[in-house]
Design a protein around this ligand. Structure first.
Ligand code: PEP
Ligand code: MN
Length: 269
């Protein structure tokens, strides 16, 4: 159902404040985790100032260690929703478990399926039974075809509001970067499917000073949008501090990304 061959036109996902896909370029930003009401409000204002129209933030966190911060749960969803509403933004947040789908649905505009859940087929089927847009992340060991097949589990349930996120994969050399950013996957996916393709340079590289260069490369790859993590005190972040952009770095990066996309639109005339 996601195949370009049978459906040549780009899918456009319509959120209350944002259209994703086609000629649009959508910036999504926010902290990795929702940490507190005040913090997510502050980060939402920064995200919006940089031109982001979708606020990210995890309330249910898929941590590698069970002893790491697991998220604020429903309280986090409420703080995230309120912060987005105050800034005229839409919400994207991760749903980790099939049983949480109805709860997360009450607060979010987009379900994020994390890399670790790309092939959690019962979760994919559960979000596929809703009409809420789904952002499906490529698993760290997932091939392009694995990602496309995973998206079919959502589409075959009747939900065609799907976007795909390239967030880096594991390769033989991940010493200096958390993952390897597979940028060629962007035009490859665009050739194979009509779904919007989004890049996530934050999780792809895992270190803040590499995020901006890869954000520019991601924008230049022709992706329909980008999702980035920001934090005003990365050393104290509850999760993913090392890859978080501080507000001033984020604002500069965002401006360059939009400038770059305007330039690219002009090339196409
Ligand atoms: C996240 O978005 O914070 C996250 C956990 O991403 P991923 O699933 O790509 O690791
Ligand atoms: Mn994160």
């Amino acid at each position: 159902q996601g195949s370009r061959t049978f459906h040549p036109k780009d899918t456009i996902i319509r959120l209350p404040h944002t259209q994703i896909g086609g000629k649009n370029f959508t910036l999504m930003a926010g902290p990795c985790s929702v940490e507190s009401e005040e913090h997510v409000q502050r980060m939402a204002a920064v995200a919006r100032e940089g031109g982001a129209t979708v606020l990210r933030g995890g309330a249910f966190k898929p941590r590698t260690s069970p002893y790491s911060f697991q998220g604020l749960g429903e309280k986090g969803l409420r703080f995230l929703r309120e912060a987005a509403d105050e800034n005229g933004m839409d919400v994207i947040t991760e749903v980790m478990d099939e049983s949480h789908v109805p709860l997360v649905a009450q607060y979010t505009d987009v379900f994020q399926i994390g890399a670790r859940n790309m092939q959690n087929f019962s979760l994919l089927k559960a979000v596929g039974k809703t009409q809420i847009p789904v952002a499906l992340k490529r698993g760290m060991s997932g091939t392009v075809d694995d990602l496309l097949n995973a998206s079919e589990y959502i589409a075959s349930g009747g939900n065609h509001n799907i976007m795909l996120i390239e967030r880096g994969i594991r390769t033989f050399d991940n010493k200096y970067t958390r993952n390897t950013f597979d940028l060629a996957a962007v035009p490859v996916l665009q050739k194979l499917t009509h779904y919007p393709v989004i890049v996530d340079p934050s999780h792809a590289v895992g270190v803040w000073d590499l995020v901006a260069p890869m954000a520019y490369a991601g924008a230049a790859s022709g992706a329909s949008g980008m999702i980035v993590e920001i934090h005003d005190a990365p050393d104290h972040a509850f999760s993913d501090g090392p890859q978080a952009l501080k507000p001033d770095t984020y604002l500069k990066m965002a401006q360059h990304v939009f400038d770059l996309r305007r330039l690219m639109d002009a090339w196409e005339g």
